[in-house]
Design a protein around this ligand. Structure first.
Ligand code: HXC
Length: 259
């Protein structure tokens, strides 16, 4: 498959493959095709025996600034339901090999959800994490309300999801959202170091151990994800969603009416 929005390297380092999101002008906004490409690349790498760990990264300015607002702006709740984009996300989560997110800059909305879908997160000091969907009159839809809450606890998750505020890499580290923070020029290198430590272990044991840690983390999650998904689609039934996304595209402040 030819990829348009990602770059991939199966032999980036010994036993380590790399996926780089590559829509820099749009701050790596996650459109549907980009997510399909990530799914395809992960499934391909999962089948290659020599690969033992996979890194997903963006660039210095953005890991990803969220799902593509311009693509979603005019969608109805039923459009969202039919597109069923979360099937792709479920497949991504099923990757058997460990996946590490190497994050710099904006890691927002679906971008933060993508990082949280990975198994570990290494961040640059400049990384900013947030779930700003509320400012568009929608809510996280790819696991944000579930995984963020499990990672950082209710107090901080509630504040981030209800106000859209960003947290710094240091705060994310303190809150237990991420594994490491390093200076910007080192975040990819640090992710490679962590990936190499994992790659030095038995691939069979790593696979089984990853599955087991996820079992602990995910118990009850599927139910939460379906619940979140329905509510996410429901947001697209409101005129506030149209106004929120339209205001973003037109670079103005939104006027919400509660309808
Ligand atoms: C589409 C986006 C985008 C996005 C940025 N861009 N984020 N396009 N979808 N999520 C585009 C901008 O329109 C702009 O294009 C270009 O990228 C650069 O962005 P600027 O806004 O000019 O940059 P800056 O002023 O530095 O602000 C950066 C920013 C801001 C704070 C990250 O872009 C921003 O607030 N983005 C939206 C963040 C967000 O709300 N994410 C959640 C999306 S909903 P032009 O053409 O003007 O140059 C979501 C739901 C997930 O993620 C659930 C399902 C998967």
């Amino acid at each position: 498959m030819q990829y348009e929005y990602i770059l991939t390297e199966a032999a980036y380092k010994p036993h380590i493959a790399l996926i780089q999101l590559n829509r820099p002008k749009e701050l790596n906004a996650l459109n549907l095709q980009l997510m399909q490409e990530i799914k395809h690349a992960l499934a391909t790498f999962d089948q290659i025996d020599d690969i033992r760990c996979i890194i997903i990264t963006g660039n210095e300015r953005a890991f990803a600034a969220g799902a593509d607002i311009k693509q979603m702006e005019n969608r109805t709740a039923i459009d969202m339901l039919k597109i069923d984009q979360f099937e792709t996300w479920d497949q991504i989560r099923k990757t058997r090999k460990p996946v590490i997110a190497a994050v710099s800059g904006f890691c927002l909305g679906g971008g933060c959800e993508l990082a949280m879908t990975c198994d570990m997160i290494v961040a640059s000091e400049t990384a900013k994490f947030g779930q700003p969907e509320i400012k568009l009159a929608i809510m996280p839809g790819a696991g944000g309300t579930q995984r963020l809450t499990k990672a950082v606890g209710k107090a901080l998750a509630m504040e981030m999801v209800l106000t859209g505020k960003f947290i710094t890499a240091e705060q994310a580290l303190d809150a237990g959202l991420i594994n490491r923070v390093v200076p910007e020029e080192l975040y990819l290198e640090e992710a490679v170091k962590l990936a190499s430590e994992v790659a030095a272990q038995s691939p069979v044991a790593v696979r089984l151990a990853k599955e087991s840690v996820l079992k602990a983390f995910d118990s009850g999650l599927q139910e939460g994800l379906y619940f979140e998904r329905k509510n996410f689609y429901m947001c697209f039934a409101s005129s506030d969603q149209k106004e929120g996304m339209n205001a973003f595209v037109e670079k103005r402040k939104p006027q919400f009416t509660g309808r």
